[in-house]
Design a protein around this ligand. Structure first.
Ligand code: SF4
Length: 363
């Protein structure tokens, strides 16, 4: 780490590619293949979960069919896209494994940490929008909360936490001290730790699935948990790869609409973005037939890898692409057909959740 320049900035939209360096620098462990036998979800089956901190505690609870805390959140700073769906899918998976669920829709965090959110009113409108999608992806009203309407005990706890980190520590981890981002980060620590207070679930292992770019928050939260003076389990984390953007080089980002398919996108726009996605195809059909394509760098294949349930089909496309038997035009149509069908059904459901989402945000 160079002075004032951390290796990972959780607020940046750059894609992390140097995994080994990050593992080594911050002491993350590679995810243990043995555990995957008990974790039947495509993110585990397809090696999209790559690293962990203290996951042994959580897998032990899953195997023993004992409860554990499942906590994650979304900063409502823009419309949700397929990259966000990955976080929600993982959360729903742990919910189905018997977790106690805390999904934070982080309107205050978004307002404090994102320049583009200029009023709380805007953050709350986005929270409603985000929530209707979250609820349509399989979470219930009981699984979610919005920060601005959390009870007093949560805020009291967040203030307690704030005394456990100094400006210097904050600067060493994040590379800068910015009041809005400090406030947002403190609420995030509170989000992760508060379910273990006696007023909620009490002490028990907890799991949060994040991208590697969020590891600074994980390190600080784990550190604070040990010196807070409460009897808490140090929270566990797993790290998944981010689905990258449809164009070359970046992760799917709300700030760059052409890199992402949004859950609100109309079907025509979604189709257009997919048909224009970066692929691993060759310059001509003849070349592709002869040399095969490269699904490893292909955004169309990546979309299937993160979201298409059928393992055999995803593997078949991978193999036939490599062999030059499967061409990009057909492949894009196949993927578009899957995405559009999903969106059509999902958007109908999301409309039905609008009123519930408004009630959660505004009361
Ligand atoms: Fe990508 Fe499909 Fe083309 Fe292969 S055939 S490079 S997987 S779009």
């Amino acid at each position: 780490m160079t002075e004032n320049k951390p290796l990972i900035d959780p607020w940046s939209s750059n894609n992390i590619t140097d995994y080994e360096h990050v593992f080594k620098e911050f002491g993350l462990k590679a995810f243990n293949d043995e555990w995957k036998k008990d974790l039947d979800h495509l993110l585990f089956r397809r090696n999209l979960v790559i690293a962990e901190r203290d996951f042994a505690k959580v897998i032990a609870r899953i195997k023993a069919k004992k409860p554990f805390v499942n906590i994650t959140g979304i900063a409502s700073s823009g419309p949700l896209h397929f990259g966000h769906k990955v976080d929600i899918d993982l959360f729903r998976f742990f919910k189905e494994k018997g977790a106690r669920n805390y999904f934070a829709v982080s309107d205050i965090d978004a307002y404090c940490s994102r320049d583009k959110i200029t009023a709380m009113k805007q953050a709350k409108e986005l929270a409603v929008n985000n929530l209707k999608h979250v609820l349509s992806l399989g979470l219930s009203e009981k699984d979610v909360y919005v920060q601005s309407r959390k009870e007093q005990r949560y805020y009291e706890f967040a203030f307690e936490l704030s005394k456990k980190i100094t400006n210097n520590e904050f600067e060493a981890v994040y590379g800068h001290v910015n009041l809005g981002k400090i406030s947002a980060a403190i609420l995030q620590y509170g989000d992760i730790l508060h379910p273990q207070l006696s007023e909620y679930e009490g002490k028990m292992p907890s799991i949060t699935g994040i991208g590697l770019d969020q590891d600074p928050h994980a390190r600080v939260t784990r550190d604070i948990a040990q010196r807070l003076g409460y009897d808490l389990e140090v929270p566990s984390f797993i790290y998944f790869k981010h689905q990258s953007g449809l164009r070359e080089g970046k992760k799917m980002s709300s700030s760059e609409p052409n890199t992402a398919i949004f859950l609100d996108d109309n079907l025509k726009d979604a189709e257009k973005k997919l048909m224009g996605a970066f692929t691993g195809g060759r310059n001509t059909i003849e070349e592709q037939r002869k040399l095969g394509g490269n699904p490893d760098i292909c955004k169309v294949h990546e979309m299937l890898k993160f979201h298409y349930e059928d393992d055999k089909e995803v593997e078949r496309i991978f193999t036939e692409c490599r062999q030059g038997k499967w061409l990009c035009g057909d492949c894009k149509k196949f993927c578009a057909n899957f995405v559009l069908k999903f969106l059509e059904k999902h958007q109908k459901e999301a409309e039905k959740k609008q009123k519930t989402a408004e009630k959660i945000v505004y009361g």
